[in-house]
Design a protein around this ligand. Structure first.
Ligand code: NAD
Ligand code: TYD
Length: 339
């Protein structure tokens, strides 16, 4: 089996590559990544010399380069992780989100149509459903929940999902889509909540909590997400959407306090700052379908996963310190300087 993994130098894609090379040592994995600010080749260092792995620096919007690689490799499966993924950046500058997340996905599917594919899997997000109210804990996102995106990021992902399903209906492309809740774990870029709070706390810097800190996310350890995608590409039904989440809802403020406790840092570092525009209140996934059809259940409890993640950031300081000391400083100043 030859699997194309786009966006494999990012957080979830890299974890997926490690997972697949470990679980399916006879597979070939080809990673296509543009290496944007969020892509980090050093993350893939441990597999660069693996005979079953190939890396190509390619923009998924570059039709010629993408088609050329499909021509050469004739992949059996394409798993599309490549995306602009940070909501705050999408609020500042939506255009690249529409280009990569929508048009890039189209280029990949056009290549799949031309060269043939057994499965095109789109890695999507629960954010396409919009948000749920805090006072209705009985409500969850199911695969039938209407798409109701709030941010330019989630709107671009929702658009891509619709194009993916349209390519299935119109051209018979064998697609699947997964919509996962918030991931955490090793190699997450330090602009996202959990690694940002770990990095700031270790530097005794303020911990910027948006609004009242009561927004709720449904956290899943990244390896559980990787296993869900592995199951879907092998056993999932073509043309179907699968929600992925572990019933692990937590408010932002409780996560930040937990990180303070894990690192033995004072809660006085917490600083409430101006809320994100259009900030979604609550995400919560109903994972019944993937559980009953594919037998998937999360294996990592949050208490264990967060400890493991904090330990990873402590043991791999060089990985993220290189990031936070570079161009990222300008981003941080722009986004948090006036909050
Ligand atoms: P990330 O930002 O860490 O990584 C994205 C990767 O895509 C980077 O390596 C980047 O270089 C690459 N990329 C960006 N534009 C590209 C382009 N035009 N061509 C080729 N490569 C390009 O993102 P992540 O958190 O790993 O998310 C991966 C996927 O999972 C995304 O599609 C995201 O929408 C989805 N997702 C993420 C989460 C989460 O909590 N992080 C949850 C659900 C779904
Ligand atoms: P984030 O990690 O950006 O993921 P998403 O917006 O895709 O869910 O943010 C998770 C939550 O944490 C979200 O409610 C926004 C909040 N947040 C903060 O309070 N402070 C921060 O500095 C960041 C980055 C996020």
């Amino acid at each position: 089996m030859n699997i194309f993994v786009t966006g494999g130098a990012g957080f979830i894609g890299a974890n997926f590559i490690f997972y697949m090379l470990r679980e399916h040592p006879d597979y070939r994995i080809v990673c296509l990544d543009k290496l944007t600010y969020a892509g980090n080749l050093s993350t893939l260092e441990p597999v660069m010399q693996n005979d079953h792995f190939r890396f190509e620096k390619i923009d998924i919007c570059d039709r010629e380069a993408v088609f050329q690689l499909f021509e050469e490799e004739k992949p059996d499966v394409t798993v599309n992780f490549a995306a602009e993924s940070h909501v705050d950046r999408s609020i500042e500058d939506p255009e690249v989100f529409l280009r990569t997340n929508i048009l890039g996905t189209q280029v990949l599917m056009d290549a799949c149509r031309k060269y043939g594919i057994k499965r095109f899997h789109q890695v999507s997000t629960d954010e396409v459903y919009g948000d749920l109210p805090l006072d209705r804990p009985d409500l969850f996102f199911t695969e039938q929940t209407p798409l109701h995106a709030s941010s330019p990021y989630s709107a671009s992902k929702a658009s891509a999902d619709m194009i993916v399903m349209a390519y299935h209906r119109t051209y018979g492309l064998p697609v699947t889509v997964s919509r996962c809740s918030n991931n955490y774990g090793p190699y997450q870029f330090p602009e996202k909540l959990i690694p940002l709070m770990i990095a700031n706390a270790l530097a005794d810097k303020p911990l910027p909590v948006y609004g009242d800190g009561l927004n709720v996310r449904d956290w899943l350890y990244v390896e559980d997400h990787c296993r869900a995608i592995d199951l879907i590409i092998h056993n999932g039904q073509v043309g179907e959407v699968y929600n992925v989440g572990g019933h692990n809802e937590m408010s932002n403020i409780s996560i930040v306090k937990l990180i303070c406790r894990e690192l033995d840092k004072p809660e006085s570092l917490i600083k409430y700052v101006t809320d994100r525009k259009g900030h979604d209140r609550r995400y919560a996934i109903d994972p019944q379908k993937i559980h009953s059809e594919l037998g998937w259940l999360p294996e990592t409890k949050f208490e264990d996963g967060i400890k493991e993640t904090v330990r990873w950031y402590l043991n791999n300081r060089q990985w993220w310190e290189t990031i936070v000391s570079g161009e990222y400083r300008n981003y941080y100043e722009k986004m948090y300087g006036n909050k």
